[in-house]
Design a protein around this ligand. Structure first.
Ligand SMILES: [Zn+2]
Length: 256
């Protein structure tokens, strides 16, 4: 699966902003303020995943390979690489990109939105994905008799390959692990959902004080993530936003 890894530069991990992926994404971070040993990371991974199958093993390998190296974690609706182009170009210039690790998943709100947009009519949100969707997805949506759930399933199935292709523009080394949410232990207590909006940087630290399993993480340059903030608010119905993109300022709520 792995391409040729160029030695210098940061490993960029791109996940969906979905709260159910936050626990996994945090295990990739090597933060100076709260360093986790590799054994701790792998222990946490093991506790997080109910099923230790091939994808779990892939995650274990990738966490091991990136441990102790510079890692930048980005997340948006659907692990959408094209939506992070300005952010990735910026990282290419400042740090360089040694490899890209993509973590799309099933039961994805972002993919539902894409499917709904294709099925019904194009919306501003779904347009953000349209440009890099393969023709086959369009035709699935346009096939007479196709149901919304068919289009949605197809969108989820095609997404890993679509993102892999888009990531290939930024790195020769691209790994994709499709996360099955049925295989993750989640604390479903607490009905409030939050979203942290932050610039690329200290991923885990920025979740301090917000319940991990209830918090969506939107990480990227502000211009890139504007659409994801809109999706979180309008399509996923999140009311509590914590905006950390205001430099030097306190946590500020965009909406409540
Ligand atoms: Zn998702």
């Amino acid at each position: 699966m792995s391409g040729i890894e160029t030695p210098s530069g940061a490993a960029v991990v791109i996940g969906c902003m979905d709260r159910r992926l936050v626990g996994t994404l945090r295990l990739f971070e090597n933060d100076a303020d709260s360093p986790m040993t590799l054994a701790q990371k792998l222990g946490n991974l093991s506790n997080l995943y109910k099923v230790h199958d091939r994808n779990y093993e892939e995650l274990r390998r990738l966490i091991t390979e990136t441990h102790g190296k510079k890692v930048i974690i980005l997340s948006n609706a659907g692990a959408n690489v094209r939506g992070l182009e300005a952010t990735l170009k910026g990282i290419s210039k400042t740090d360089g990109i040694s490899r890209i690790i993509l973590l799309p998943h099933n039961m994805c709100g972002g993919m539902s939105l894409v499917a709904k947009g294709l099925y019904e009519h194009a919306t501003e949100e779904s347009d953000a994905f349209f440009g890099h969707l393969h023709g086959s997805l369009y035709s699935a949506a346009l096939t007479s008799g196709a149901e919304l759930k068919d289009v949605q399933e197809k969108a989820e199935r095609l997404n890993p390959d679509i993102q892999r292709e888009a990531a290939g523009k930024f790195s020769k080394s691209v790994d994709v692990v499709f996360v099955d949410l049925n295989k993750i232990n989640l604390n479903e207590e607490g009905i409030e959902h939050y979203a942290i909006v932050a610039l690329p940087g200290r991923y885990a630290v920025n979740f301090n004080g917000t319940p991990r399993d209830q918090t969506y993480g939107i990480f990227g340059l502000t211009g890139d993530t504007k659409i994801d903030v809109k999706i979180a608010g309008d399509a996923l119905g999140i009311h509590h936003f914590i905006d950390l993109t205001v430099k030097g300022g306190p946590r500020k709520k965009l909406k409540s």
